[in-house]
Each structure stands twice: as C-alpha cells, then as structure tokens.
Design a protein around this ligand. Structure first.
Ligand code: BG6
Length: 480
C-alpha cells in the first residue's frame, strides 16, 4: 500500500525539478507507487499559474522520459496531482501565504523537497517552522552540497536540527540511488568469495572515476561557488569510496550502514600542507572538441568569471588509516568536459605471488555505473591450442541484459520512494557530511595557501597531465 503524503517541491521551475524529480514522480505514479490522494505542489518565484506549470512540467517530461514511457492518458491523471504556488523562499512573510494555501490538511504526511540553491536551506527550514508548517508528520529533503565547508555545513545542519529531528532529514546523494552502487553492496556482502581478498595484501589500489562530457551548462553561478571538489568529490565520490571500503554492517538498515560509512570517512588520512601538492591535482577545461563539437573554455561559460580559478577537474590520492586498508591508495578523479562519459570503480588486485607462465596480468574487478551498468571481473585464461599461452578473459555481467524485461529505475525514483516510505539507509547522516568536510577542508585550504591555480586541460581530453603523473609516479595508470 503506498504511504499517504503530499510533497512540496521548492525550486520547482529549476533544472533538477524539471529534469529529474517530476519525471521520477511520473514513473512512480504510473507504476501505482503513489498514494491516490497524494498532491505535488511546485513552489518557485516564477509567477506561473497551475496550468502554465503543468504545461512546463509536461514539456520537460516528454523530453526527459525514455521513448514510449510518456503516455498522454497517464499524464492527465498525473497532472491532476500537480499544483503550483509562486513565492519567494527567502521571504518569511511568503510562508504565511503558503500556510494558507496548504490549509489545515490535518496531520497527513508532508515532504518538503528543497531543489533550491544550497544557501536557502537554513532559511527555508526556519521559515517553515515560524509559519507552523512543521511537526512530526513532515520530512525535509536537502540536496548536496550541504554547506561549502565544515563550518557552514555545521551551521546548515544546526538550522535543520532546530526544526527537524535527524530521522526527518533526508540528505540526498543521488549516486546512492544508482542500481550498480547498490549492487556493489550486494556483491560485497552477499558473496563469500570477495571478502577474504577485499583488503590490503591482495588489493594493489582502487580507482574511482566519474568523468562527464558535459560542461557546466546553465549552472555557472552555482559552480563558481563549488567547483568539482565541492560539487562531486566531497559527496558522490566519497560515498562510493565508503561503499567500497566499509566493513559489513550488522544489519541492512539506516543506522548500521551509516555507522560503517562514517568510520571510513573518519579514517581518511588527512591531506594538508605539502601533501596537498603531492596528492591532489586540480584542473580547469579550456576550449576543445567534445564528441566532434567545438566547445568553449570554462571561463567563457555563462555566469563564470573571465579569470575564474574554479576547478572543473580534481584528482586525489586518498588513503584509509585502518587495518583493512593501510597502504592501499584510493585514486579519486572527476572532471567535466572529459573525452568520454564514464563512471566506474576499479579494484586492482595484486599480481600472483609466484609467476608460472610467461605472460599474466593481475586480476581486476570493474564496477561500471555509467554509461552502461555492468560488473566485470578480469581473469587470466589459456588461449586454445598447444602451449600455455595466456590471455585476459572477462567475466561480464551486463545488468541491463540480465533482466531485460525490467525497467531500469532512475536514482531519483528509488530515493523519492525511500523518502515517502521514511527509509534513510541511502541518505547521508549529519556526521557523515561533516566528516567528509573535515577531510576536504584542509585540501581546499592547501590550494588557497599555495595560490595553486587549476592546471589547464583541453575540453575532450583525459584531464591535466599532472593527474597522470599522480599515478605514474607509483608505476600505475588510470584504467579507462
Ligand atoms: C550532480 C552535480 O550532483 O551530479 C553535477 O551537481 C553532475 O555537476 C551530476 O553533472 C552528475 O550526475 P550523473 O548521475 O549524471 O553522473
């Protein structure tokens, strides 16, 4: 039975709401996962009427949904759930008007989804409370990044904590909603095979790369404040690192899983002072070619300073100071306007301790999140015929082919349903966010102290040269 509740989406005319949230809600509606009486109220500054908002939402859903997924009759029933309210979320007086619009819908569950600029989070949560719109029947969803440093993240978390209890706050990181990311947990904790070798001694190093071909699109103003470090590495990449490195939780529930993740974040070896120069690389894309098209340099993007020193690429060599991982480097890398879109985790095992055959490569497990979802294990096998000629073989699990009949869920669908059902296992807890910032802050300070400008790299390349040297210095290379 779907859980009864209503949802308010702040920032409803923005990219996140139109490209991700509304299409995800449409899918949930079509699959009968939303309570029949659930209302979805879009809230934004744009002076739109209900009808105009519905057509805006429809236009975007038609484009965003896969061909064949958009059905006009389903849309009609979905649109009947939609409404719109124009207000300025920075003005507390507007929350009184919002309260009147909502009326006294008794204690029916209500979810506030903040798809707004990060600096509005604290104000919105306080204003909701002042207007009497909070209580134990409400939940709030906030997007990353939470703050832009440890101090500001604490301030945002304090502001949320004054109004909501921790189990009402859902800090979303959509990477945790991706199917293959959850499969990583299944792979590790539902198979006995990997556990004995999942540690220093057997693993040489781990690579986590999230490469995008897109630039900053229309988000120059936001991106100038965040850069790749705050936009991607502080959250998505560190969350992936946690799932690779954490110990098996005692139960698959919100507290047990997050307890294990936070231990990893707390065990990250600090990178500060001179280490910042040796273990991190920041880059910024210049003009170049992506997918055969000429694209301009970052500093010519809309709402970006001509002399901006914001990084659009970052690579870091991280280490985890605990028994399982001592001495194993975790190489993290993310960049915009790279040659290819690909997100993957590579677990590079050590070579066999004693070589019997002429050729041989060490085993490698690749967990690919994008563009296709697959998990492959590279092994050595024998070439047919006489003699022991070896060749690399791949055990390949292509997730889309395993259950071709089942639709691939978008990360937001899964996570929105979790919010509706009150399951915060795949959301970040306050201490996780703060532990992540505690590790990130000294790196950002190190860059500032050394006046380290980002290294230029041409759009459509593999990032700056220095990111390759980071691995080459230790006889390794990025595995694409
Ligand atoms: C978002 C970042 O969180 O993730 C964007 O703000 C980035 O800058 C996006 O483009 C990448 O998500 P995905 O799912 O396309 O890899």
């Amino acid at each position: 039975m779907p859980t009864p509740c209503d949802m308010l989406v702040f920032g409803a005319s923005g990219d996140l709401a139109l490209h991700k949230l509304l299409p995800a809600l449409y899918h949930l509606h079509r699959d009968g996962r939303l309570d029949a009486d659930m209302r979805i109220l879009g809230v934004a500054r744009k002076p739109l009427g209900r009808e105009q908002f519905c057509s805006l939402a429809e236009r975007h859903c038609r484009v965003q949904l896969a061909a064949g997924d958009f059905d006009t009759s389903v849309w009609k029933t979905f649109a009947a759930r939609l409404d719109y309210f124009a207000m300025d979320a920075a003005q507390s007086a507007d929350f009184g008007r919002l309260g009147r619009k909502l009326g006294s819908s008794c204690q029916r569950g209500r979810i506030y989804y903040l798809a707004t600029a990060p600096d509005l989070v604290a104000d919105i949560s306080a204003n909701l409370a002042i207007a009497g719109l909070t209580g134990s029947h409400t939940r709030i969803v906030v997007e990353k990044p939470i703050g832009h440093s440890l101090e500001s993240a604490r301030a945002v978390n304090d502001a949320l904590g004054q109004v909501f209890s921790e189990n009402q706050v859902f800090r979303i990181d959509h990477y945790l909603g991706k199917e293959t990311v959850q499969n990583l947990m299944a792979l590790r904790f539902a198979n006995a095979l990997f556990e004995p070798v999942w540690r220093a001694g057997h693993i040489d190093h781990v690579q986590i790369s999230v490469n995008e071909t897109l630039g900053v699109e229309n988000r120059g103003a936001y991106y100038e404040q965040s850069g790749a470090m705050r936009d991607m590495l502080q959250n998505h990449l560190l969350q992936l690192l946690c799932l690779v490195a954490m110990e098996a939780p005692v139960r698959f529930d919100a507290e047990a899983v997050r307890n294990e993740k936070v231990k990893i974040l707390q065990a990250l070896k600090p990178i500060s002072g001179l280490d910042v120069q040796d273990k991190t690389v920041r880059g910024q894309y210049g003009a170049g070619q992506v997918g055969g098209e000429a694209v301009s340099a970052y500093y010519f993007e809309k709402n970006v300073d001509n002399d901006s020193d914001t990084e659009t690429f970052v690579a870091v060599q991280a280490e985890i100071d605990n028994w399982r991982w001592a001495g194993v480097p975790f190489y993290l890398r993310t960049g915009k306007r790279m040659a290819r879109k690909s997100s993957e985790i590579v677990i590079q095992f050590k070579p066999v301790p004693h070589r019997l055959f002429e050729a041989g490569e060490a085993n490698r497990l690749i967990i690919r999140l994008q563009p296709e979802e697959r998990i492959s294990l590279q092994l050595m096998g024998k070439s047919p015929g006489k003699g022991m000629r070896l060749r690399p073989l791949e055990l390949d699990l292509n997730m889309a082919q395993i259950e071709p009949q089942s639709r691939r869920w978008d990360a937001y669908e899964r996570l929105l349903l979790d919010v509706i059902e009150g399951d915060s296992t795949l959301f970040m807890r306050r201490d996780e966010v703060e532990a992540a910032w505690s590790w990130i802050d000294p790196i950002i300070h190190g860059w500032q102290e050394a006046y380290q400008s980002p290294r230029p790299y041409p759009a459509g390349s593999d990032g700056p040269e220095q990111a390759h040297s980071l691995l080459e210095l230790h006889g390794r290379e990025w595995l694409d």
